[in-house]
Structures are given as structure tokens and as C-alpha cells.
Design a protein around this ligand. Structure first.
Ligand SMILES: NC(=O)c1ccc[n+]([C@@H]2O[C@H](COP(=O)([O-])OP(=O)(O)OC[C@H]3O[C@@H](n4cnc5c(N)ncnc54)[C@H](O)[C@@H]3O)[C@@H](O)[C@H]2O)c1
Length: 331
């Protein structure tokens, strides 16, 4: 199985190493508009560097890890040639293009798998099992936290689409996946609490969102661009039979103030690749099965669109200071 990896940046480097481990470096074609980056990454993994078009044409399947604004073009090319495709989130930066891509992918019958890696994280998988089997009982509420260690550089901010589209997109997906339900309504507020630069772009560095799922589950998300202790991704689920948490362990970047708390010297999570290594590995292993026709895609283009709709609703809610239903964005 020959795989074309498009994009040799931060996450492309990680995917190249994982793909080389799964299919072998000699089966990997690496392409990037930055030819030097592609050549260096190919050399590091025993792969071959080629142009983007050649990579797509020669491969049996395509993995897109390029910048978000080119996802649409690359998906159109790969799906157009009938190649099973993995694409890092987001499907596309905007709603209109995302809707077009969903229509294209669904009418093509070619599998497209979107990169929401939390669906492959062992603790998230267990959380979903507990909900699905009913072991947790009636889910009363879910509390999500997504805190980045440090804000991005200034040039990233206007291109990011804002906190809810850029950073919280994984939370919007995971709450839909965990509850097997759609977000019905979101009410979000946000503020600039530490980094004035966000104000320049009508963005915020800290926000919370109250979420009502279509099946009645209530959830709340805190999201922040800065956490002095590290990268804190947690999801707490409170049910009638059990209370569980994803992301609480020796590496969680939070200090308990309880006198009898026994802490850990383990290094705290401070980077998404470190936090979700096993999830990214399982995600790529699943994609190779999708590409071989052994598995239906576990995370579709439509999942990408639905997550983006919640991000749009949260962004509008914050700006207009009112609860916004996702129905306002129905096609
Ligand atoms: N799932 C996750 O947790 C996660 C984390 C980080 C980034 N991402 C996503 O991964 C993607 C890449 O992010 P990154 O942090 O690696 O960015 P990056 O800027 O480090 O790398 C992007 C690369 O894409 C290349 N590129 C641009 N246009 C291209 C084209 N037409 N064809 C081929 N290559 C092209 C650039 O030259 C660059 O090397 C983004 O879409 C981002 O949203 C996902």
C-alpha cells in the first residue's frame, strides 16, 4: 500500500514517522510545496520526496497534513482520483467549502477520514464505552477543559478563525461522539484575560461555553490559550451510576490543594503530540485499514462539518451575547 503524505510541517513530521512504521518508509511518498522540507522528511523516514500531484497520482491512499487553507484543494484532487484519503482537521476553514466537500465526498463513495484523534485515545474510548453500554447510567453532565500551554504567535491569530474554530474543534467533535447526539444549542462568553494581542483580531484568549445536546445532556467547556502548568485536556462525565474523567493522571497539569493529596514528579503534559501519541498511532492504523477497505471510516467529512457548525454557533454566540442553536446553520 503506497501512501502519499502531503505536508511536511509540524504534524506532517509526526504522521510520516507513524506511517513509515505502519506501511514501511519505502511505501511512503512525501510532498510539500516547500520542497526542501519534503526532501528532509522523506530522507528521515526512508521515503521518497515527489511533487504534490505526482504523490497523489502514484499513491493508493493519501494523507493530508498540509496547512488548513489547502485541505479543500487537496481533498478534491485525491477524491477526484478515487484515492482513500485521511485529512487532518479541519475539513476546510469555512462552512460553505465544508458543505461542498461533504457533498463531493458522499457522492463519490471514496472514503475520507478526518483527523479527530481523540476518538482513538484509550481513555476517551473507554468513556464512550461506559456511556454506550449504560454503565455510567443517565449522563447528567459533561465538563470539558481545553487549555493550551502558551498562545500562538501573532500571525497565527487572524488566520486561525478564532478560539472556538481553531482550538475547541476537538471538543465539539468529542462531545458529539461521546453522547452520540448533536449539539442543539450553545451559549458562549469569552474575554481577553492575559494577552491583549487577541483583541486586535476580535478574538479572545479565554472562553467558556454552555452546551445543550439534542438528547438533553448538558455540558460546559472551558477553553484557554494559556495554562502555566501545561497542556490540559480533560473531560469529566457525571452519570447516575458513576463519575469518570479523561485526562486526569500523574501528568495532568493541575495542582490539588488538598493536604492529603499525593502528587507525582512526572513531567506534565505540555504538547499535543506528547499528550495524544497513542491516539495518533491508533488513528493512522485505522486509516490504513480504511484505505484497504477493511474498516468503514470512523470519522467522516460530515463529522468535520458538524463540528465546524458548533464552532460557528459558539463564535456567533460570543459575539452577539445570546444562546445560538445549531439549527441556525442548517444547510
Ligand atoms: N489533530 C491535531 O491535533 C492537529 C494538531 C496540529 C495541527 N493540525 C492540523 O494539521 C495541519 C498542519 O498543521 P501544522 O501544525 O503541521 O502546520 P505547519 O505550518 O507546521 O505545516 C504545514 C505544512 O503544509 C505545507 N503546505 C502548504 N500548502 C501545501 C500544499 N498545497 N501541498 C502540500 N503541502 C503544503 C507547508 O509548506 C507546511 O510545511 C493543519 O490543518 C492543522 O489544523 C491538527
Amino acid at each position: 500500500m503506497k501512501i502519499a503524505l502531503l505536508g511536511a510541517g509540524r504534524i506532517g513530521k509526526m504522521h510520516a514517522a507513524i506511517l513509515a512504521g505502519v506501511v514501511g518508509g519505502d511505501q511512503l511518498l512525501v510532498a510539500d510545496v516547500d520542497e526542501q522540507a519534503a526532501a528532509a522528511l522523506a530522507a528521515a523516514n526512508g521515503a521518497t520526496a515527489v511533487s504534490v500531484d505526482e504523490a497523489i497520482e502514484r499513491a493508493d491512499a493519501v494523507a493530508i497534513a498540509a496547512a488548513s487553507n489547502v485541505h479543500g484543494d487537496l481533498i478534491r484532487k485525491a477524491i477526484g482520483l478515487g484515492k482513500p484519503t485521511f485529512c487532518e482537521k479541519p475539513l476546510a476553514p469555512g462552512l460553505e467549502e465544508s458543505r461542498e466537500l461533504v457533498a463531493l465526498v458522499e457522492s463519490s463513495g471514496v472514503p475520507l477520514m478526518l483527523g479527530f484523534q481523540r476518538r482513538f485515545d484509550p481513555a476517551y474510548v473507554e468513556a464512550r464505552r461506559l456511556i454506550e453500554t449504560g454503565e455510567i447510567g443517565t449522563v447528567y453532565a459533561i465538563r470539558l477543559a481545553g487549555h493550551d500551554p502558551a498562545p500562538p504567535h501573532e500571525a497565527y491569530i487572524p488566520a486561525s478563525g478564532g478560539l472556538f474554530r481553531d482550538f475547541s474543534i476537538h471538543d465539539w467533535d468529542v462531545i458529539r461522539w461521546l453522547t452520540d447526539s448533536e449539539v442543539a444549542e450553545v451559549y458562549a462568553v469569552g474575554a481577553v484575560r492575559g494577552f491583549e494581542v487577541f483583541r486586535k483580531y476580535d478574538d479572545v484568549d479565554t472562553a467558556i461555553a454552555a452546551i445543550t445536546m439534542a438528547n438533553g445532556v448538558l455540558a460546559v467547556l472551558t477553553t484557554a490559550r494559556h495554562d502555566p502548568l501545561g497542556y490540559d485536556i480533560r473531560t469529566e462525565i457525571f452519570g447516575s451510576q458513576d463519575s469518570v474523567v479523561v485526562g486526569l493522571g500523574p501528568r495532568t497539569p493541575i495542582r490539588s490543594l488538598e493536604p492529603d493529596w499525593v502528587g507525582s514528579d512526572a513531567a506534565k503534559w505540555d504538547f499535543f503530540i506528547d499528550r495524544f501519541t497513542s491516539a495518533y498511532e491508533a488513528e493512522i492504523a485505522a486509516f490504513v485499514k480504511v484505505a484497504k477497505g477493511e474498516l468503514p471510516t470512523p470519522c467522516t467529512a460530515r463529522d468535520g462539518l458538524q463540528a465546524l457548525i458548533v464552532a460557528e454557533a459558539a463564535t456567533l454566540s460570543r459575539k452577539e451575547h445570546r444562546p445560538v442553536t445549531t439549527a441556525e446553520f442548517d444547510a
